[in-house]
Design a protein around this ligand. Structure first.
Ligand code: FES
Length: 170
């Protein structure tokens, strides 16, 4: 674990990638509630969240680097096991919760035959709880590989998942 942390601190991503990280984070300046969204997008272009990556996110979003680092560390703890092709993040923060997030989560679990934190046998879907994703105005919401789906009901979320099962979503 310590070794892993050292590796994260000393690894350097190419300058061109840092420019891309900055482009992702910049539109969310002074909007820390969007950190989850930024982390999900950035992880698609960096191998690890090294110190230089968290520094760029911090600078562009104007939030303390320690806050970014703690968030990323917490987020990565969710993934100690296998990770599917599609990672479904289900917001469980208060606004989503009071608007039916639990029923939506249950519908997805039943449909995929897995529980939160698990991955389907075929490695296609992973289910994970997430902190507020900054889209409370469309709660309850989920995010699949960074794409937001909001105002969900158990029926509408089943339709969303069906599209991923049929590989209809790019
Ligand atoms: S509480 Fe769910 S997106 Fe904010």
């Amino acid at each position: 674990m310590e070794e892993e942390m050292d590796r994260n601190l000393t690894y350097r991503v190419p300058a061109s990638t840092l420019v891309e990280v900055a482009k992702i984070a910049a539109p969310y300046r002074d909007r820390p509630e969007h950190l989850m969204k930024v982390v999900l997008k950035v992880e698609q272009i960096v191998p690890i969240f090294s110190q230089d990556v968290t520094a760029v996110i911090s600078r562009e979003m104007n939030i303390p680097q320690t806050q970014v680092y703690s968030f990323v560390t917490f987020y990565q703890m969710l993934y100690t096991g296998r990770r599917g092709k599609y990672v479904i993040h289900m917001c469980q923060s208060a606004p989503c919760h009071i608007r039916g997030a639990e029923e939506v989560a249950k519908a997805v679990e039943d449909m995929l035959h897995i529980k939160m934190g698990e991955t389907t046998e075929d490695n296609r879907f992973t289910l994970a709880y997430a902190p507020c994703m900054g889209v409370c105005d469309v709660s309850p919401a989920i995010m699949i590989n960074g794409k937001v789906y909001g105002n969900l009901t158990p029926d509408s979320v089943r339709e969303v998942i069906k599209r991923y099962i049929r590989e209809e979503v790019q």
